[in-house]
Ligand binder design. Structure first.
Ligand SMILES: [Zn+2]
Length: 68
């Protein structure tokens, strides 16, 4: 295969620094893992502000019978 494609340059959404859109760029569209985590963190915070399905945490009640 001899495909000559110009590398796509995108800007990291977090720090706005240019990155090359290549398979080797593991954190695309982010420049690094740090930027990716920062953006994910903001996304999670936005999710929490949206009222919707209530997250039911499973209580581990199995321990109770153990202490009887
Ligand atoms: Zn970045």
């Amino acid at each position: 295969m001899s495909t000559l494609t110009n590398p796509i340059i995108v800007k990291c959404p977090t720090c706005k620094c240019p990155i090359t859109w290549i398979p080797e760029q593991l954190f695309k569209p982010f420049c690094c893992e740090r930027c990716r985590l920062i953006d994910l963190g903001e996304w999670v915070m936005e999710e929490k502000r949206i009222p919707g399905e209530s997250l039911e945490l499973e209580n581990d009640d199995r321990e109770d019978s153990f202490f009887q």
